[in-house]
Ligand binder design. Structure first.
Ligand SMILES: Nc1ncnc2c1ncn2[C@@H]1O[C@H](COP(=O)(O)OP(=O)(O)OP(=O)(O)O)[C@@H](O)[C@H]1O
Length: 336
């Protein structure tokens, strides 16, 4: 995807240079032709009529050639769009696993039992014999050095990766036995690289729900502390945002992505550096609003203020949880 975007940028630059060079060369050539033609006409080698006819046919020829080159460039762009589509079409469809073992009991929380995961054989284990439990309604922060495996761990909880060893139980049911739709319906997530899509803000929050519930869109926007920003925009919730939310600030984008996760009414909310672009005041607003919801929260953060919003802190080191303590204890230790 990134390659495709880079290649498209390179092609756009090339097209700009091409158009500039094209106009310069053809401008100079026209001046030269008229100057030579006029001289020849004055010397009676050429009639004025022949000169005008020559210029008219030459213009037509140049126009057609430029059209041909434009089509060639568009054809190359078509290949790029094809590659993008192929990324989507050729990716394996997620099994909906309709024969799931049963409905999870949301009140039983999450249990991670000796889970290990590595991205490919021969590479080191990123999550290594990791075990812990999260009760329903708990708010848990997972902290640890960059690269210790926090994001990988939450991807395992979200069902985006399958554990190589051990098991993950959500609502008392092993995720490998859980219907994917049930799992997706239970968990909302805001990941580090989540993106918005071209469309209106309301569509992005409802994730293009065909049965859009506007009251709910507004309610979750209030929870994510983005309602006032959206209301201040001339077209409010109908404001169109560019591909990947290009017209919004990083903090606004994060809060819309958070509202999108809340729109689905999840029982578990996973926030991976989800408020890193917010100032401390905004972040506190968001944390307090989410705290009031009866949901389990798993927060990955580096900022002490974010970590303080959790009830429990799990410290991860080299792929496993090595300590656990209350957030208040951690904050008191951190303060001078
Ligand atoms: N798709 C991938 N393929 C191969 N290795 C990966 C992949 N994603 C992550 N890794 C590696 O796994 C390790 C853990 O990455 P992860 O993103 O889980 O760490 P993290 O603790 O969340 O870090 P951070 O706090 O910086 O976000 C890193 O060494 C990373 O290079």
């Amino acid at each position: 995807m990134q390659d495709a975007v880079n290649q498209e940028i390179r092609l756009a630059k090339f097209a700009q240079v091409f158009v500039g060079a094209n106009q310069l060369i053809f401008g100079l050539e026209r001046v030269l032709v008229i100057w030579i033609g006029a001289n020849l006409a004055l010397q009676s080698v050429f009639s004025v009529g022949m000169l005008i006819a020559y210029l008219a046919y030459k213009d037509q020829f140049a126009l057609r050639m430029a059209g041909l080159v434009d089509r060639a460039i568009e054809f190359r762009l078509l290949r790029l769009h094809g590659e993008r589509l192929a990324d989507i079409v050729q990716s394996e469809p997620e099994s909906s696993n309709p024969g799931g073992l049963g409905r999870p009991d949301s009140l039983r929380g999450i249990e991670i039992r000796n889970v290990s995961y590595r991205y490919s054989e021969g590479e080191p284990w990123i999550v290594n014999d990791c075990s812990f439990t999260i009760k329903h309604g708990d708010s848990v922060a997972i902290v640890g050095e960059s690269g210790c495996g926090k994001t990988t761990l939450v991807k395992l909880i979200l069902g985006l990766l399958k554990p190589d060893k051990g098991s993950l139980l959500i609502g008392g049911i092993d995720t490998s036995q859980l219907a994917t739709n049930d799992l997706r319906a239970m968990i909302g997530a805001v990941m580090q690289d989540d993106q918005l899509f071209a469309g209106s803000i309301a569509e992005n929050i409802s994730f293009f729900d065909s049965d859009l519930d506007f009251d709910r869109v507004q309610r979750v926007a209030e929870l994510a502390a983005i309602h006032l920003d959206i209301s201040a925009m001339p077209m409010g919730y109908q404001t169109l945002i560019g591909d990947m939310g290009s017209s919004l600030s990083g903090g606004q984008k994060q809060r819309i992505v958070l509202a999108r996760a809340l729109y689905r009414n999840p029982l578990v909310l996973v926030l991976d550096e989800a408020t890193s672009h917010l100032d401390v005041m905004k972040e506190r607003l968001v944390s307090d609003a989410i705290k009031s919801l009866p949901i389990t929260r798993i927060i990955i953060a580096h900022r002490p203020e974010t970590i303080a919003s959790a009830d429990r802190v799990l410290v991860m080191e080299q792929g496993r949880i090595v300590h656990e303590f209350g957030a208040q204890v951690q904050l008191e230790t951190a303060s001078p």
